[in-house]
Design a protein around this ligand. Structure first.
Ligand code: ADP
Ligand code: MG
Length: 210
């Protein structure tokens, strides 16, 4: 993955999250405190504003993603900020270590999912962003192992993130604020999982536009 692609990915993520902020707040209002859209809108707006190349320089994707993670940790807030930021940091570190090998993206997605689980201790099925992220990572790994090219890999990742997001609807929340609702959390889509879908759908768009 090229540094320019990360910039385009983050610009498109900021755009998607800005347009969906009210919807994310509404989702969080149903099973949380209604601030998730505002939290991630603030974070990705900062990211899009501060990631840039000094003229002539071509930073690699890994450091750009790690820097994105730092900015998210410092600006998103809530329970989701450290989890999202930790995932981007882990993806950036893994991508840097992979030095352009094709399986680097799959390893990065796995590292992102692992970071969310390490920091938030969610299990699959707990109705969190982890459900969408881990579905995306699994699909990315399968596509890379099958020899798919980047556009097909990110299409599979975005589709799986969407399925992972939709799969949270019937789940009962076992982590985060939504877990306080017990059975009343059933029937609502998790806001954090929705953000993960927006992030990976923006990646798909960025690759398709390149
Ligand atoms: P807060 O709950 O502090 O208001 P946000 O509203 O920004 O934070 O984020 C809520 C989202 O964070 C949830 O929809 C869920 O996806 C995610 N989340 C909360 N706790 C956890 C956890 N322990 N592991 C994974 N994701 C979590
Ligand atoms: Mg909230």
């Amino acid at each position: 993955m090229e540094g320019e692609l990360v910039l385009e990915w983050m610009r498109r993520t900021a755009d998607r999250v800005q347009r969906m902020a009210a919807r994310l707040d509404t989702l969080d209002g149903a099973i949380g405190d209604g601030d998730h859209g505002n939290n991630v809108r603030r974070g990705f707006t900062y990211v899009a504003g501060c990631l840039s190349f000094p003229t002539g320089e071509r930073p690699d994707a890994g450091p750009l993603l790690s820097r994105t993670g730092d900015v998210l940790i410092n600006t998103v807030g809530g329970a989701s900020g450290p989890l999202l930021g930790g995932a981007f940091r882990a993806m950036g570190n893994e991508l840097a270590a992979a030095r352009g090998r094709p399986e680097g993206l799959a390893a990065a997605l796995d590292a992102g999912a692992a970071a969310i689980q390490r920091l938030g201790a969610a299990q699959p099925g707990d109705k969190t962003m982890y459900d969408a992220f881990t579905a995306a990572a699994a699909a990315g790994g399968s596509a890379v192992r099958a020899g798919a090219e980047l556009p097909d890999v990110v299409r599979a990742v975005a589709r799986a993130a969407q399925e992972g997001m939709l799969a949270t609807v019937p789940m009962q929340a076992r982590k985060g604020r939504a877990s306080y609702l017990g059975l009343r959390s059933v029937g609502h889509q998790d806001p954090g999982a929705t953000t993960i879908f927006l992030i990976f759908d923006a990646l798909k768009e960025a690759v398709e536009s390149a």
